[in-house]
Design a binder for this molecule. Structure first.
Ligand code: MG
Length: 162
């Protein structure tokens, strides 16, 4: 019988001045970027957590601790690539991923095609299997007042038949 696994990830980063805004590896022009030890690519962090969660391997902090200088300013797309090379990921294939990005500003829609292209490349996945949705927080709370950006991810994996 085929084995399927589902994983869910979530992340939040605070907006700050003098940082680039990098989401799914795309540098998005904005007055603020996200604060973090790495490049603070929240949707990619949520996706890594979803992948690790699907196989009950722990979370992103287990593998890429924010106390480790090796990950200072790290490119999260590279961390995603590294994660998929880790045992036992080569025995699994991704069926689809579904990401949410929740932020009041800037508008995400113009950047979503480039984000999907970046993920398709790293995940070796057809674009039709990658969903990225953007929402505001209806001006409510810390997302709504522009303090932070949140992201969540769901991934479905299937064990490869040898
Ligand atoms: Mg993070």
């Amino acid at each position: 019988m085929e084995e399927l696994r589902i994983g869910h990830g979530w992340d939040v980063h605070r907006f700050t001045k003098e940082r680039p805004l990098i989401l799914c590896g795309v540098n998005i022009p904005h007055a603020h970027g996200l604060l973090g030890h790495s490049d603070a690519d929240a949707p990619v962090h949520a996706l890594i957590d979803a992948l690790l969660g699907a196989l009950a391997l722990g979370d992103i902090g287990t593998f890429y601790p924010d106390t480790d200088p090796a990950y200072k300013g790290a490119d999260s797309m590279q961390l995603l690539e590294k994660t998929l090379q880790m045992t036992p990921f080569p025995q699994w294939e991704i069926i689809n991923i579904d990401l949410n990005i929740i932020t009041q500003k800037p508008k995400m829609l113009p950047h979503i095609p480039a984000m999907k292209e970046n993920l398709a490349k790293v995940l070796s996945l057809d674009l039709s299997r990658i969903s990225i949705k953007a929402k505001t927080n209806e001006k409510l709370g810390y997302i709504g007042n522009g303090e932070a950006l949140e992201s969540s991810a769901v991934v479905l994996l299937r064990k490869k038949v040898c």
